[in-house]
Design a protein. Sequence first.
Length: 94
Amino acid sequence: MPDKTRKDGKRLMRFGGAKGSPDVLGCIPPHGRILAAEAKGPKGKLSEDQNQFLEVIRSVGGLVVVFESVEELMEAITAADQEQAEETRKSEKK
């Protein structure tokens, strides 16, 4: 999709473009776990396309977070990181 230039001269570019893709799509180091995060307000609801996209991410072991604040997102990532570290420790003991 072509980029667009805003009135203030800054350029906007769209990446991905798949229906239902989340606001944040990334990779969590060190193991490369997929992160799909969707920002919603208190009354915000996921669309059917968003639910389907996020379910695909969950099905491959990705972390899906629907959040209202950056703090909430960071808490979810930290908790997931701690769970991953615990799983790694357990598997190393076997």
